[in-house]
Design a protein around this ligand. Sequence first.
Ligand code: FE2
Length: 390
Amino acid sequence: MTTINKAIKLKYMSVLTQDLPKLFDAAADFMPINGTDHIELYVSNAKQAAHYYRTAFGFQPLAYRGLETGSREMESYVVVQDKIRLVLTSPLVSGTAIGKHIDKHGDGVKVIALWVDDASYAFAETVRRGATPAMEPMVERDEFGEVVKSAIRTYGEVLHVFIERKNYEGEFLPGFKKWETPRFTTEAIGLKYIDHMVGNVSIGQMDRWVKFYEEVMGFAQILSFDDKEISTEYTALMSKVMSNGNGRIKFPINEPAPGLKKSQVEEYLTFYEGEGVQHIAVATDDIISTVAALRARGVEFLEVPDTYYDALTERVGRIDEDIEALKELNILVDRDDEGYLLQIFTKTVQARPTMFFEIIQRKGANSFGKGNFKALFEALEREQELRGTL
Ligand code: FE2
């Protein structure tokens, strides 16, 4: 059964208006996070990856770092859409830590950077609470001001970098310059902000990372799903959703559960050769136009059978959207006590069957689409079957 921490749920529900849910007392939230600052992916060809995110996902060029800016060992392209910033980084020489990361994991998320008011305090406090330090607080400066950065480790080889940018006016970060490139017609397609980011961890490790987010980061668990809920005939997984105090940062953590066949999480762990970010969920205010644009640009999505839509109204009740349009685009719908949500998942977006994106539009619902799990996992298993990895 789904278990929601009752005390939290009461608070959570009582303040759901336009504002972000307040899970805690503001005073008790020892480390307020303003939002996701950026996500950095280590990829084998940053230049081409940047082109993909521009062309297919409608991101716009923002900043660049490479030989021309004095960076001799690595090159990064930063793309932006509304509040979402992706940094795509590749090595320029052999033998770097970035190159080793790519050799082991393929393309994937290295950094989930969190925007804080005080990066020195965030580091000191999380380390005092048990975090493994990755980078002591350091100040970076250029003509636009200064930024303080620090970092701690989370699951796998993923880092949380704390970014304090209140004294900075530049495009992105010191060390980067404005990325001057010919603009071509890839208009933004309505992606607004990061709704949540999911981590896949090894069997038996979910509770360890739940504890990490609770004790070290001051997050609270807002939902949990056991293997009976997230299972098909063949495979299963368990998941717990962690949220920070103002609800802007949500990290579901998955671990595989025993099943007859190899689950999607196990496939990820095998091909990523370790724990890491499974999907990045991005929010839109108009999922029909966003997904239509993504499909027109060649982005591939998981497909559910047409029969999914036969029982849709019965399951979710009245919704504003035209069911035929949703069916045409294969967009899924789910309802909870607070409202409903629309969502769709891309196929994996790099050579290895590891990371993918979710596009989500929330209309009151603050859950994660539990009612769609079965249909989705069956769709995922059809993909795994084709890859011979089920
Ligand atoms: Fe998700």
